[in-house]
Design a protein around this ligand. Sequence first.
Ligand SMILES: [Zn+2]
Length: 456
Amino acid sequence: MEQKVSIQFLGAAGTVTGSKFLVETPELKILIDCGLFQGEKPLRDKNWEPLEVDASTIDLVLLTHGHLDHVGYLPRLVRMGFEGKIYGTAPTLSITRIILEDSAKIQEEDADQANREGYSKHDPALPLYNQRDVEQTFDYLDPQPMGVFIDLAPGIRYKHHYAGHILGATWLELEVFGRIIVFSGDLGRENDLLLRPVERPVKADYIIMESTYGDREHLDEDVEDILIQLVNEVLHHRGNLIIPSFAVERAQLLVYYFWQLYKKNRIPAIPVVIDSPMSNKVFDSFFKFPDWHRLNGAMLGEMLNYVEVVDSYRDTWRVIDRKQPKVVIAGSGMITGGRVLTYLQQLIDEPETIVLLAGYQAEGTRGRDLLEGAKTLRFFGKEYVVRARTECLQSLSAHADQGELLDWLSDLETAPEKVFLVHGEPEAAKELKTAIANKYSFQTEIPEMNSKYELM
Ligand SMILES: [Zn+2]
């Protein structure tokens, strides 16, 4: 039998989102990750374009982790005829469920809004997928263990390795006829408070590697000092500290910081409210998978006792009506939607309010507008005057920076035939390419969208 193997980059090529890599062997068509394109409209429009491959011919999807830009296209794939298995670690599939349910809700709400306001080219506007598509997708999820080879076909097997990026995140070692293809997925930090350090590959013939922060080092800021200072300020001025937060990992990390600071007597007693139904579900996943993070059940319990967990929207209003200084952690992270809007609606015109942005703010989001000093903010169909102060934390990233990306390659026994750099803006990928060439002299390539390479 001829053993031809190829890879095609169907997403996250020259850009960060939409991760989808198709590996074709004579026996199997395997899709590595199945992510949604996010960001500016031309990118989002790609989610509507036909896929380069007939979805019904794909045998299997392997997932690195549960972020939307790695799993958010799955219901679309199922709608287009995919009927194979979707493999991932148990915590990744648990996060995937939370992310996809939320995504379907947003798709449906966006379509409704487009229909009400009549701005869609399609009449009526349709969601990319709905709740029913998501439930159908769940039927194909099939959890797999970490650290052991899983056979896929004669001569083809793969293994999950710990990637320390979010709960359940792994990089993949795919062995095809004795050759090893490594998919980094997204790689975490070397020192993370919630997750263990990233494992490193020892052998690889090809590496498909992320380059999100390929062009920079994370700031060495003192997160604890910044939080202490902001808490003291809102206590002094009787204000509110509002932290828009991503539901997966970031919200849990922030809660962990406040809990630790309080335990060590470094901040006074102040209510810390977490108002994000989605991050509450992620907390449940932390309880369910204790082997996958650094906290044990007792610590998690104590941490959740320390914070005030809000679930129903009615309680959101109760929290707002309480006129005492407090910290509120609420979704979404870039203020594109979620409960945080209700808090801002009531509090953004007060000079005592501090908005702390705790992560990357993409172009075109309200978070970015605030960061750039916007005097007003538009939501709920109205313009709101901004009198609150905006601060930001830049070091709470879940992604490795350039130095950590380079370190991840340091245990390889021999040079890989080629390293493909994906999941990065062109500038980030280019700089990582130079850095890898300087440090290791490995052959690297930045593949273009939909380009295809013969691997053997
Ligand atoms: Zn990710």
